[in-house]
Design a protein around this ligand. Structure first.
Ligand code: DX5
Ligand code: ZN
Length: 225
């Protein structure tokens, strides 16, 4: 059994038929729903907010993993928790008082995550890694689905993994952007725990099959230990 988690991103789903996409994830081998909140300020795109997330939570049978690509996320933590988020991830680049924001997420009863843009050094979260439940490494520039995986992320995952081991942190490493069957094995072998996949799942002919394949990948295939 593989221990990694799969978190399909609904950003790539058909918004006129979200019910079907939610049912598909419910019935699949996926572990979480990944929900991308964009404010048109921190990132150059606007997606959806707590109202839609609250609606999704009424149908979703798996945890809601909320990725806040917004400025001043501390203003909305309790609202997203109330909307049904089980984990809330904020961007390092948007949080001048990151330690406080992390505590706020935990006090709201959620798993706390920090996301790093592709250019932000992994080492910058070293002093907070022990407080995190999730470390999300962006493998594209945030704001849009369907972009190409930035290959440099592989060594960033390795770096994050060794930092987590050194600090005895429970943080899971989540990789987000351009993830698909073509690179999932490499990402897992580098030390990732959670694969976010939007287009690779929802633009596929058979999304459930893609999820099943991703879930079935072994972290250490023969000859790659
Ligand atoms: C990008 C979002 C991602 C996005 C991934 O800003 O954070 O979660 O939905 O989409 P794909 O898998 O299509 O790159
Ligand atoms: Zn995301």
């Amino acid at each position: 059994m593989s221990k990694h988690l799969i978190a399909p991103s609904l950003l790539a789903a058909d918004f006129l038929d979200l019910q079907s996409s939610i049912a598909l994830v419910n019935e699949s081998k996926a572990d979480w729903f990944h929900l991308d909140v964009m404010d048109g300020r921190f990132v150059p795109n606007i997606s959806f907010g707590m109202f839609i997330i609250k609606q999704i939570s009424t149908l979703a049978k798996k945890p809601l993993d909320v990725h806040l690509m917004i400025e001043e996320p501390e203003r909305y933590i309790s609202a997203f928790a109330a909307a049904g988020a089980q984990s809330i991830t904020v961007h390092y680049e948007a949080c001048p008082h990151l330690h406080r924001t992390i505590q706020q997420i935990k006090e709201a009863g959620c798993r706390a995550g920090v996301a790093l843009n592709p250019h932000t050094p992994v080492s910058l979260v070293e002093d907070i890694i022990e407080d995190l439940d999730l470390l999300l490494l962006m493998s594209v520039n945030p704001g849009f689905g369907g972009q190409k995986f930035i290959y440099r992320t592989i060594s960033r995952i390795e770096q994050a993994r060794s930092m987590i081991i050194t600090h005895n942190s429970r943080a899971l490493i989540e990789v987000d952007g351009g993830v698909g069957l073509q690179n999932a094995q490499k990402i897992l072998s580098a030390g990732a725990d959670v694969l976010v996949a939007g287009s690779a799942v929802f633009k596929a002919e058979d999304p459930r099959w893609v999820i099943e394949q991703m879930k079935g990948i072994s972290e250490n295939p023969v000859g790659m230990v």
